[in-house]
Design a protein around this ligand. Structure first.
Ligand code: SF4
Length: 347
């Protein structure tokens, strides 16, 4: 049955699979790696324009490793989960220092690099080197959970173990690259989260969820988690020449490493830190922004810096940027929107 699963899948893929994704042409280890990192938690259609811009600017590992992290984050801006970009950059530098400027070929060495887990390492090895290896991204998990009727949430170790076994037992002995792409494509285009197209599925004849009419039971959803709420005060401080004060966020936490407006938990503390008088701050409309575990209420204030701007002590992570400069930075989405609204209002 197992060999048959891959045979039917590959036959289906030859006609219905995706063969013209930008990272498939050419399918180099570097391009596959960048695409796999971008595709974590993000759909193909969203990733494509980001991928194209990214590899145009950084065509190979050496170019990425030599870049400033700000430029990497700027090209990632809007794609979210910025730790991925920081890890990509860090891993690129590690490859330059320890692997002779190449991505390692073995899955074990790949998985030792920042931001690369077991499934991503196997996805790179199989697609870049055509070595058969099991992958278990979100799409593949869904196909396997349904095909083998594996209940329980994939975050639990026992469930994950069963999924890995199901994944490993279906991998064919040859055509590693095609098989990885085929099973990912099946999950993305046929065995979709809602409304899977079982009548046109190449593996429906032995799909246990389909046979028993229990597709809705698989995969089991993640247990509900609490969404926290947080208020964040931001200060939009402008200078007479139009420059805006921005601060680089700490590497960990929300929007880690991105430039943003200076912020703080309380407005007074924030104003004081920047040497701005509370009375000189005008309140702007609050903005609500949702992150996975967090509902953020941003309370922005606007202040004009005096001609000497003595209150602000700039450093590497707190700087003035002219409008031509901040537009090329990787700013968090709500901050970019706030700045654009402000510039629009000034016209
Ligand atoms: Fe998914 Fe339906 Fe195919 Fe089963 S038969 S793998 S549920 S698309």
């Amino acid at each position: 049955m197992r060999a048959e699963f891959s045979e039917r899948l590959l036959e289906w893929w030859a006609t219905h699979g995706r063969h013209d994704l930008p990272w498939q042409r050419p399918r180099t280890p570097y391009r596959v790696w960048v695409s796999e990192i971008m595709l974590q938690q993000t759909q193909v259609a969203t990733v494509i324009p980001y991928f194209e811009r990214f590899v145009e600017r950084f065509p190979d590992l050496a170019a990425l490793a030599a870049a400033d992290i700000d430029e990497v984050l700027a090209l990632w801006s809007g794609l979210g989960y910025y730790a991925r970009a920081r890890n990509l950059h860090k891993a690129g530098r590690e490859c330059m220092e320890r692997h002779g400027g190449e991505l390692p070929v073995s899955a074990e060495e790949l998985a030792a690099l920042p931001g690369i887990g077991e499934s991503t390492a196997n996805a790179i090895v199989s697609q870049a080197h055509d070595i058969p290896a099991a992958v278990l991204d979100g799409n593949v998990r869904r196909v396997l959970a349904r095909h083998e009727a594996i209940g329980g949430w994939a975050g639990e170790a026992a469930v994950r173990k069963r999924l890995w076994q199901a994944a490993g037992s279906r991998v064919p002995k040859t055509r590693g690259a095609d098989y990885t792409q085929a099973i990912m494509d099946l999950g993305a285009t046929v065995c979709t989260r809602t409304g899977p197209d079982c009548r046109n599925c190449p593996v429906s004849s032995d799909c246990r969820a389909f046979e028993t009419g229990t597709i809705d039971h698989y995969p089991a959803p993640r247990p509900r988690f609490d969404v926290r709420e947080k208020k964040l005060h931001m200060l939009l401080l402008t200078r007479a020449d139009g420059a805006i004060l921005l601060e680089r966020r700490p590497p960990a936490g929300i929007w880690g490493g991105l430039w943003s407006l200076p912020d703080g938990d309380d407005a007074q503390g924030l104003n004081e830190r920047l040497g701005v008088d509370d009375a000189d701050v005008q309140d702007l409309p609050a903005i609500e922004h949702r992150l996975t575990h967090l509902r953020l209420e941003i309370r922005p204030g606007l202040a004009r810096a005096g001609p000497d701007t003595q209150g602000v002590k700039c450093n590497d992570d707190l700087r003035w940027f002219g409008s031509g400069d901040w537009r090329s930075l990787g700013l968090p989405k709500p901050v970019l929107r706030l700045l654009e609204d402000f510039i629009e209002g000034e016209r």
